[in-house]
Write a protein of this length. Structure first.
Lengths: 570, 401
């Protein structure tokens, strides 16, 4: 792909982010504009900001990649990512805003008046934040590799450095404007190329076999296999090989591969004829570090789908960078309106990635072989349109992708750094916030260098699972159940969230489990969320003496509209 | 394999952090190494146990604080059982022999009345019950008996009577301190209540005079100003809640400035820069308006030309940063320090020191006002307001939009 347009596009996005962040507020007003200067953020602007912060690499690149590789089953991802806000709207948004809490640890303290629970919630914010940051950096690395053939780690490092610099320098002062700007940028960056791609698809005679199994090559295509790969063939395949296959070296020789598993060495080039079926890579026999969730999903599709649905539905409310944005709403009703607007904005956005996934199956099916399926959205414009137009549209998508990494990563870094500064590092001060920022980014950066291979959307799914198992019980029971006690909340978070965290760690580390056990670990939400709820309820019931004093007043504040509260007090 | 380790790290780091914190919380300086003689060791040990028992008691004598401190107190006395009571009930029983609870309360009637320590034999049906004697030492605060400390032992012992008496006196001192803390809090609350709604009488007088001057020449303007005045006084005289939102406080400042501008006209120019993210922040009622009033006063003091005031509210992570800056006469920092320390009463108005006191009271000493000034160099006042503070909730919303 031609990088002479993409690199300036990425640079432009970074620059625009810094400028809007630093100068969005620099418009001074005189007192005659007082009402303009002190107008609170409206639901629509705040909703755009929340959406901008929420739509991450997983949404921008990951969903298209998963749809490309695994077909329409993966549409549950965008559905889940969106529906999480429905749950948030129904159960959490307004009471959370009325609690006056800025972060999740604040909420724990406000509801349970316990420093211990506050610190535990802080630990889980850090854990979830790090899990969520890692795929952002991975996506950035992938994007830059696809654009410029830079090494894998470079994109991640660039995003990390830019985000740490912006956040530590206090450049996110007008964060609402930055994030709202990022949302519209991301939407444009996917919408405009998508329109052109659909036109190109129409011009191509609108082929409709996108989801036929298996996918086929529409033209002769050379595929270079970078890593060692096992191919599982159901029926014989004719292919021209230049490299090593099944231990024998070939040089541009046409081979008839029999049905069964074939071992392909890295660096081999395969040329597929037009109309050939795309073979399926068999990652289980790979023995490598990339544990494919796809495999366990293939074995237990129903369990995996329910696990995913539960994690995304219930996990959204526990994402630290999303929760802090609700504080910007002036009152509970505005928080609800904001959530409704978020549903609309995010719903509109999620119509687009599946389009890329479907077109990718038609025009770039070989991405399933090379393991770069997440790059589908970046490659399609060049593949389908080509020329200057393709380059420009590709550059637009690349810019949007970087906006996705930057906005989510900066929001998460601020949330994690805030918790580290307030609850973990010894004393307070600006210097400590900077230290916290560096620490917040260093850990996921190191992790992304060491752990690789998990598809971006899958790793984000794991962060959702941890959030759903720890914060969802805390928020839902905290808001709706008056008998919750500090020991109950702590135990529930530790058991639910802790077990989900361990399962996630095992999955990411490539725990060599198989079958049912592997599926259980790869999709923990289905058992860890009920476990968290159950522990929280049982331990709370066992410690009835520890119900915090003033619980009734606190819950009344959570649930009564603000005007009413003022009248009651008056 | 490196992937496995890294994954493990990612998962275990938060747990490690929690463990580290727990460890630090529960760490005891037991290994003093070769420091000191055995006697000194024993002294350190005793002092350390006593210091651990103190913090819960500083919150007063309740079931929870008694539960937290009883174990430490028992190890201090080295008895089989220890119990803390208030005047009516056993708050906590630490150690063996919990079935004596009711008996103890009956025996306590005398000592609680007289306020003197005593030792009683206990009657018990259980043959191998290890507690046969109870030593009662009353807990007194300001000569009033609040409860009692009861140490139980297998036999009568003069040493235990003496030790229990000393420990009870030490506990009483902690309770007295708790009492002192409470009265200090009450005093400050009363102070806040007394101070919060004070708007400067000069301001009321001046405003009414200005409005009067417009009544004939520009009745429409006079009416507008009267409405501004009404809005401002309604805000400052409202009675419910000690806290408001930054948005409401800024609106009050706007009403205030409208009245001031009517008086000084073009001499006063105010610019605002407000991040919308921080408008919902809850803060003590009327704690920015005095700062603006102060800036107006200093800005116009002793000069005939224009005065510029800049009000900035920024979003800074978990805090809001409010800066009020004027280019007026400034102030001698030494004098300012004395005013803030309460040594000199400022010339008119309660202004800065009051706001500073209230901010420190609500948010802690880290959150006092930061004032940068020098003679002739204007004044810049910075207030940091945490977005969340336990107990700080704005009392409803008043701005209608």
């Amino acid at each position: 792909m031609n990088s002479s347009y993409a690199v300036p596009a990425v640079a432009l996005v970074v620059l625009a982010t810094i400028l809007v962040g630093a100068f969005g507020l620099r418009i001074s007003r005189t007192t005659s504009d007082f009402y303009v200067a002190s107008r609170t953020v409206g639901p629509r602007l705040n909703a755009a900001a929340i959406s901008g912060e929420y739509l991450s690499a997983a949404s921008f690149l990951g969903i298209a990649g998963l749809v490309l590789v695994q077909g329409p089953d993966m549409l549950w991802y965008p559905v889940g990512y969106t529906a999480g806000y429905l749950v948030l709207l129904l159960f959490v948004a307004a009471p959370l805003r009325r609690s006056g809490a800025y972060t999740l640890p604040d909420f724990a303290e406000a509801r349970l008046s316990s420093q211990a629970v506050r610190r535990l919630a802080g630990a889980f914010v850090v854990g979830t934040g790090w899990l969520y940051l890692r795929p952002q950096l991975q996506g950035a690395g992938l994007t830059l590799t696809v654009l410029t053939d830079a090494p894998d780690w470079l994109g991640g490092v660039i995003v990390a450095v830019v985000v740490v610099a912006i956040v530590a320098a206090g450049g996110m002062r007008s964060i609402t404007f930055v994030q709202a700007f990022q949302y519209w940028l991301k939407l444009t960056a996917l919408l405009v190329p998508a329109l052109f791609l659909i036109l190109a698809w129409q011009g191509d005679g609108a082929p409709r076999h996108a989801f036929d199994e298996p996918a086929t090559f529409r033209e002769q295509r050379v595929v270079r296999v970078d890593g060692t790969l096992n191919l599982k063939l159901d029926r014989p395949l004719t292919v021209t090989v230049s490299g090593t296959i099944d231990g024998r070296s070939h040089d541009d020789k046409e081979l008839q591969l029999a049905a069964g598993t074939h071992h392909i060495e890295g660096g081999t080039r395969l040329t597929f004829a037009k109309g050939a079926e795309v073979p399926e890579p068999d990652r289980s026999a790979n023995g490598g570090l990339s544990p494919s969730q796809a495999e366990s999903r293939g074995e237990r599709p129903l369990y995996a789908t329910y696990g995913l649905i539960l994690a995304t539905f219930l996990g959204t409310m526990g994402l630290p960078h999303v929760v802090v944005r609700f504080y910007t709403s002036p009152h509970g009703v505005a928080a609800r309106r904001t959530t409704v607007a978020v549903l609309g904005l995010i719903g509109a956005f999620y119509l687009l990635p599946p389009v890329y996934g479907a077109l990718g199956r038609l025009y770039a099916p070989e991405l399933t072989l090379t393991g770069d399926a997440d790059a589908a959205a970046l490659l399609l414009p060049d593949r389908m349109i080509g020329g200057l137009g393709g380059d420009l549209l590709g550059a637009l998508v690349a810019g949007g992708a970087f906006a996705a990494f930057l906005s989510t990563a900066s929001g998460l870094t601020m949330a994690v750094a805030g918790v580290l500064t307030q609850d973990v590092l010894p004393s307070r001060g600006v210097r400590h916030f900077r230290l916290g920022t560096v620490l917040a980014m260093a850990v996921p950066l190191a992790a992304s260098a060491l752990v690789g291979g998990l598809p971006v959307a899958d790793s984000v799914g794991l962060a959702f699972a941890v959030s759903a198992s720890s914060f969802c019980p805390l928020l839902v029971l905290g808001i709706w159940w008056r008998r919750l006690t500090p020991p109950g909340a702590a135990a529930g978070m530790l058991v639910g969230g802790g077990s989900a965290l361990l399962a996630v760690a095992a999955t990411m580390a490539g725990f060599p489990g198989s079958g049912a056990l592997h599926a259980l670990l790869a999709w923990p939400a289905l058992w860890s969320v009920p476990l968290g709820f159950l522990t929280m309820i049982l331990v709370s019931l066992a410690t009835p003496g520890r119900v915090p004093a003033g619980t009734a007043a606190i819950l009344a504040r959570f649930h009564l509209p603000e005007e009413l509260r003022a009248e009651v007090k008056a | 394999m490196s992937g496995f380790i890294a994954g493990l790290c990612v998962a275990i780091l938060p747990l490690l952090a929690a463990g580290f914190w727990l460890g630090r919380r529960t760490a005891r300086p037991e290994n003093l190494g070769g420091l000191g003689t055995p006697v000194e060791h024993a002294t350190f040990e005793t002092l350390h146990t006593a210091s651990l028992a103190a913090p819960p008691l500083r919150a007063g004598l309740t079931e929870e604080t008694a539960r937290k401190s009883a174990r430490r107190l028992r190890s201090l006395l080295g008895t089989d059982a220890l119990c803390l009571t208030d005047q009516k009930d056993v708050l906590v029983w630490d150690g063996v022999g919990g079935h004596h609870r009711t008996e103890i309360m009956e025996l306590l009637a005398g000592p609680l009345e007289s306020g003197r320590g005593e030792a009683f034999p206990l009657t018990c049906d259980t043959p191998d019950c290890p507690v046969r004697w109870a030593v009662v030492a009353p807990l007194t605060v300001d000569d009033r008996v609040h409860g009692a400390l009861v140490a139980c032992a297998p036999r009568e012992s003069a040493v235990l009577v003496r030790a229990a008496g000393e420990v009870a006196r030490w506990v009483s001192v902690q309770l007295e301190l708790a009492d002192l803390d409470q009265s200090r809090t009450r005093l400050i609350e009363a102070e806040i209540k007394a101070l919060r709604a004070q708007i400067s009488p000069h301001f009321i007088f001046n405003s009414l005079a200005v409005i009067a001057s417009f009544v004939r020449t520009d009745p429409e303007r006079a009416r507008e100003l009267l409405l501004e005045f009404a809005d401002f006084t309604r805000y400052s005289f409202r009675r419910h809640g000690d806290f408001t939102t930054l948005a409401d406080e800024l609106h009050a400042i706007d009403h205030y400035l409208a009245l001031v501008r009517a008086r000084f006209g073009d001499r006063l120019s105010v610019t605002l820069q407000i991040a919308p993210e921080v408008l919902p922040v809850a803060l003590p009622f009327l704690c920015l308006q005095p700062l603006v009033e102060n800036a107006v006063k200093h800005g116009l003091e002793g000069k005939a030309d224009k005065c510029r005031i800049q009000i900035t509210a920024q979003d800074a992570g978990a805090e809001a940063l409010v800066v009020i800056e004027d280019d007026g006469a400034g102030m001698d920092p030494v004098l300012l320090r004395r005013i803030l320390a309460g040594e000199v009463s400022p010339s008119g108005g309660i202004g800065l020191s009051n706001v500073d006191d209230r901010l420190r009271q609500v948010y802690g000493d880290d959150y006092g006002l930061v004032i940068e000034t020098a003679l002739g160099a204007g004044m810049k006042i910075t207030a940091r307001l945490p977005k969340y503070q336990p107990g700080v909730h704005s009392a409803g919303r008043l701005t209608r939009e």
